[in-house]
Design a protein around this ligand. Structure first.
Ligand code: C5P
Length: 217
């Protein structure tokens, strides 16, 4: 089909969501933050006191959840959880939830449904390898781990959230490790994705590169 589906994958804190949001604005297309969906499920599990090792309960919870985006805000069972899902508590647990095959199956279906028949940019870990493997617009955004942690740290401080840089470096390293070693759709660069190392690039430079590449294809 003729839809534009842009996949932006990469490790934690590479700037994917900032870049994806700007790309969506410039190209006037929808944005789907797939990581926010894993975070929202994790938030609900914690809130309901679920044992995250109990895979069946977590998958059952998914099936009884209403998850949607409205104006780039995420709603779970009707409640906006934009801020609740960005805490270090959720960050430190989300990769354990995201490695459960039944959770991935459920969310990948939902993500395909959300993107179907539309021009859309998605960011995550498995957009180019699993969710939309046939799209020709695939980017793998990377940066040195300290740079990525520093960006997350600055983001939180800017929002007025107290944060420890060391704790964030540890969170980023830990999630990368779990995300790239899990059995079902691990974080990996799709062979046909263009890798962008943003360590020494500004957000604008990365956005320009992607927009120009999409327009040129
Ligand atoms: O993108 P973000 O850092 O918010 O994602 C949070 C977590 O959700 C990741 O560390 C990963 O465990 C999981 N995730 C995933 N697949 C995606 C997006 C996110 O497993 N497509």
């Amino acid at each position: 089909d003729n839809n534009i589906v842009i996949a932006i994958d990469g490790p934690a804190g590479a700037g994917k969501s900032t870049v994806a949001k700007q790309v969506s604005r410039i190209l006037n297309i929808n944005y789907i933050d797939t990581g926010a969906m894993y975070r929202a499920i994790t938030f609900k599990c914690i809130k309901n006191g679920l044992d995250l090792e109990d895979e069946k309960s977590v998958v059952d919870l998914c099936k009884n959840t209403d998850l949607k985006f409205e104006n780039n805000s995420i709603f779970i069972d009707g409640q906006c959880v934009d801020d609740d899902i960005r805490t270090l508590q959720v960050s430190s647990k989300v990769s354990y939830v995201a490695r459960i095959p039944g959770v991935r199956f459920y969310l990948v279906e939902l993500q395909r449904e959300m993107g179907k028949g539309d021009n859309v940019v998605l960011d995550g870990r498995d957009v180019g390898t699993q969710i939309f493997p046939n799209t020709k617009y695939k980017y793998y955004l990377n940066a040195a781990v300290e740079t990525r942690a520093k960006r997350r740290y600055d983001e939180l401080i800017l929002k007025g959230v107290k944060a420890s840089f060391e704790a964030i470096v540890e969170d980023v390293r830990n999630r990368d490790k779990i995300d790239s070693t899990r059995v079902v759709s691990p974080l990996i660069k799709a062979s046909d994705a263009i890798e962008i190392d943003s360590t020494n690039m500004t957000i604008e430079e990365v956005v320009d590169f992607i927009v120009n590449d999409v327009r040129g294809k």
